[in-house]
Design a protein around this ligand. Structure first.
Ligand code: B12
Ligand code: SF4
Length: 485
């Protein structure tokens, strides 16, 4: 069998992301089929027809990552472009098609029908794709393979839930061997997955549905070996962990850092998904020793009420402790706050702003967003139906957002704009991307001064020098006793 995997994600905001899922599949299916990857990130469908003619695949897998950019009002919807650019030409070429990826997995029934695909895989692709290829090779009916949808199916058998605490065994993605990694090297990072699944229950979140409700962890030594091998092929590259909760369950992130330190050589690392629940001095120290140059921390809110309302797994006290640890240890951090969840009021927004002023270093970046994207089957979805924000029959593929009816979008936007106007390190919704002139200035400044700090710190340095921020005082830092409030 010959399998062509097509990455349809052309989004470059906040930066282009290498197609990790596609490359993992290509590595995992190596023994089942001859596999080739077509990466559309930088070229759209240019060369797709020639690839089809030369490779003559028996099956084409279309990886669909993003539905939309999670921005209410004037947001971007990606699927029409995916359809035009990739699906239509492939349909014209009359090759059997299998759909997969996070966007497809969130809306499988709607997309199977709308896009008239032959097959679809809901959730991770390794197992179902292996079984599908084997069935097709033997001429067997693939119906009933867990996680697989076949054209005309009205339901499917979900993939089995792994045992807890599960182990996750993955091949090395070898991203740079499947695609041309050069442009990602300049703009992005080399992606690494260290675990799958999340056992928390944040009300809006899709990750447990995409990856499972239980943690499955990769062997830390394997991760360190994968990074060392890739670093030897790509000297100087930055590695980025893509786990939704990097430091959860407690102990795994620490073990990864120790494995990286033991193995060496030191590489540059960053991660999203630092959960305020398990941030300790030991964790941050180990991360710094291992080479983490920056992290993303995603509490969503710093209002005690909203932390509970969003179903977070940590308390306000945990969050304050985490912030102090991060700040005291000088770990460059981007903070993410999401405003407008159920029960958000002017007072709860103020509580989050107070936290930012007291606990977040003015050298760190704070990104503010409005509205929670409503996904099918989540507790937020049920709340939105109860409150009449959506009706039960909406498929939610066209983005719908929960925004606290007590305030509404525009009021929250105005409050956040006002807040950001006197806090140079806070970017209000809609300003989460540096303008090109500022980026050029930052690149020049880094070159001239030999700066190795995270790019966001250089950008903030420039932003802080803007005349409108000239007289803004640096916020203070509250005494530790406050944590017991
Ligand atoms: C890490 C991450 C990021 C990082 C990426 C860092 C990096 N270097 O890669 C950052 C923070 C930059 C980011 C940004 C964005 N992200 Co993001 N991100 C994720 C996250 C947590 C993990 C993605 C990942 O790499 N997973 C690991 C790989 C191995 O999994 P995978 O790609 O899904 O592939 C598996 C399966 O899907 C399947 N599969 C994949 N392709 C195919 C193809 C076939 C044929 C088959 C059969 C199977 C298959 O098999 C693979 C292996 O098992 C997901 C949530 C999640 N848990 O999935 C959100 C997620 C993908 N992101 C999302 C979004 C929206 C965005 C942004 C648009 C947000 C924004 N406004 O900026 C941007 C877009 C960036 C871009 N250029 O595309 C959404 C997409 C859904 C939606 N609503 O559109 C998700 C699902 C989160 C959510 N809200 O639910 N993201
Ligand atoms: S901890 Fe993170 S990944 Fe887990 S449910 Fe909450 S938001 Fe989702």
């Amino acid at each position: 069998m010959r399998l062509l995997l097509v990455n349809t994600n052309t989004c470059r905001d906040p930066y282009p992301v290498a197609p990790l899922g596609v490359c993992l599949l290509a590595s995992a299916l190596r023994d089942e089929a001859e596999v080739q990857v077509f990466d559309g990130t930088f070229r759209g469908n240019e060369g797709l027809r020639e690839t089809l003619e030369a490779f003559r695949p028996d099956l084409v897998g279309l990886s669909v990552r993003n539905v939309d950019d999670l921005v209410p009002q004037a947001g971007t919807f990606f699927l029409d472009e995916v359809r035009r650019t990739f699906l239509d030409p492939l349909r014209d070429a009359r090759v059997p098609l299998v759909l997969g990826g996070s966007a497809f997995s969130l809306f499988p029934m709607a997309l199977m029908q709308a896009w008239q695909a032959d097959y679809g895989v809901v959730g991770e692709g390794e197992g179902p794709m292996r079984d599908l290829l084997r069935a097709l090779d033997r001429g067997e009916d693939p119906r009933g393979i867990p996680g697989l949808l076949v054209a005309g199916d009205r339901e499917f058998r979900p993939q089995r839930s792994p045992p807890s605490p599960g182990r996750l065994s993955l091949p090395f993605s070898e991203v740079d061997r499947h695609i041309d990694f050069t442009p990602y090297r300049v703009l992005g990072a080399y992606p690494i997955q260290a675990r799958r699944g999340c056992n928390h229950r944040c009300i809006y979140c899709t990750y447990p549905a995409l990856e499972g409700h239980r943690h499955r962890l990769r062997d830390p030594d394997e991760i360190a070996r994968e990074i060392a091998e890739a670093a030897a092929r790509l000297p100087g590259v930055t590695f980025e962990f893509v786990d939704s909760t990097f430091n959860d369950p407690q102990g795994h992130a620490e073990a990864i850092c120790r494995a990286l330190i033991r193995r060496g050589p030191r590489v540059r690392l960053r991660t999203m998904g630092v959960n305020p629940g398990h941030v300790t001095d030991e964790l941050i120290d180990l991360m710094q020793q291992a080479g983490f140059a920056q992290i993303d921390c995603t509490p969503d809110s710093a209002s005690p009420r909203m932390i509970r309302a969003m179903g977070k797994n940590f308390s306000w006290e945990d969050l304050v402790r985490a912030a102090r640890t991060i700040r005291d240890r000088g770990m460059p951090t981007t903070w993410f706050f999401l405003f407008g969840g159920p029960g958000e009021t002017a007072e709860t927004i103020q509580e989050t702003l107070d936290f930012i002023d007291r606990e977040v270093s003015p050298e760190d970046l704070v990104l503010m967003a409005i509205g929670l994207r409503i996904y099918p089957g989540t507790p937020l979805h049920r709340a939105a139906i109860r409150e009449g924000i959506v009706t039960p029959d909406e498929d939610l593929l066209a983005p719908r957002f929960y925004i606290s009816p007590a305030l509404g979008h525009d009021r929250i936007r105005d409050m956040l704009k006002e807040a950001a106007a006197v806090r140079p390190h806070c970017l209000p919704p809609g300003e989460n991307r540096p303008d090109p002139a500022m980026l050029q200035q930052a690149i020049a400044m880094r070159r001239q001064q030999g700066l190795t700090e995270p790019m966001f710190r250089t950008l903030l340095r420039i932003r802080r020098s803007w005349p409108r921020f000239a007289r803004v005082p640096m916020p203070g830092h509250a005494p530790v006793a406050d944590v017991t409030r």
